[in-house]
Design a binder for this molecule. Structure first.
Ligand SMILES: [Mg+2]
Length: 255
């Protein structure tokens, strides 16, 4: 799951830029974790503790209120018991990575991906995007061939993952349906984790979320190189790093 956090951190300094220069530095001093990391770890915490997902998300957001959330989500997070607000935004797939590592079956991945989405992002596009990312991570980490997982994402979820259409640069698209195909394609087309994230960030726009999703899926294919995991870990706060550590330990002992 650290691949998601590292992607967020690497993409953070280019959010809203049209397209970063080729060969950009991964861990520049302006890099920081953003809402993608906070929400991903909140979902991880909810999964391992069994606590209410909405409550856990709200408590994490309130601890880190300046991490770069969208306005509607922030209002939701600061309003106890606020209902989901029909969002089709990429917040649902951006925070789902832990589900792909936690779930032990396709059915469980679908159920948990949906559950973590619908507390706020209950538009079908957002739910579908979260399901697609979570099940892709599950199958890839279980050793399914990337080609087979790729084919399933197209036939079952309806995504066009052809590089010539999915990897077009430009614009700032925060929709789930517009973010997940390029993020997935960047992961599937690359020969390694770093290349995948470089492609995602190079698309410009919502770079931290693109790279978060790409980094999460690419981790399930390639793993994350250790120098990257070390740097990303070092940029978390102590309490967020503790959540990550506990999640990794919980995964190691989860049958
Ligand atoms: Mg962000």
């Amino acid at each position: 799951m650290l691949g998601a956090l590292a992607g967020d951190i690497i993409g953070s300094r280019f959010e809203g830029h049209p397209a970063p220069p080729d060969g950009f530095e991964f861990f520049h001093r302006d890099c920081r974790f953003t809402d993608d990391t906070v929400c991903t770890l909140a979902v991880a915490e909810a999964l391992m503790s069994g606590q209410d997902i909405a409550k856990t998300l709200r408590s994490f957001v309130r601890r880190y209120p300046d991490a770069g959330y969208g306005g509607m989500f922030l209002r939701w997070a600061f309003t106890d018991e606020a209902p989901a607000y029909g969002s089709w935004g990429n917040g649902a797939p951006m925070r789902v990575a832990a589900v792909g590592w936690w779930a032990r079956s396709e059915a469980e991945a679908m159920e948990l991906a949906t559950a973590q989405a619908v507390v706020s992002h209950d538009h079908p596009d957002a739910v579908t995007a979260a399901q697609a990312v979570a099940t892709a991570i599950l199958h890839l980490r279980q050793g399914d061939a990337p080609d087979a997982v790729h084919a399933q994402l197209t036939t079952r979820f309806g995504y066009d993952l052809r590089p010539e259409t999915a990897l077009r640069r430009g614009g700032f698209d925060v929709s789930a349906a517009g973010t997940v195909p390029p993020a997935l394609t960047a992961a599937f087309e690359a020969t390694g984790w770093e290349e995948a994230v470089r492609t995602a960030v190079g698309l410009g726009g919502d770079t931290d979320t693109l790279a978060c999703i790409t980094g999460a899926v690419a981790e399930a294919i390639h793993g994350v190189p250790e120098p990257i995991t070390d740097r990303a870990r070092g940029l978390l706060t102590d309490d967020l790093r503790a959540v990550l550590d506990r999640f990794e330990q919980a995964l190691a002992t989860r049958a």
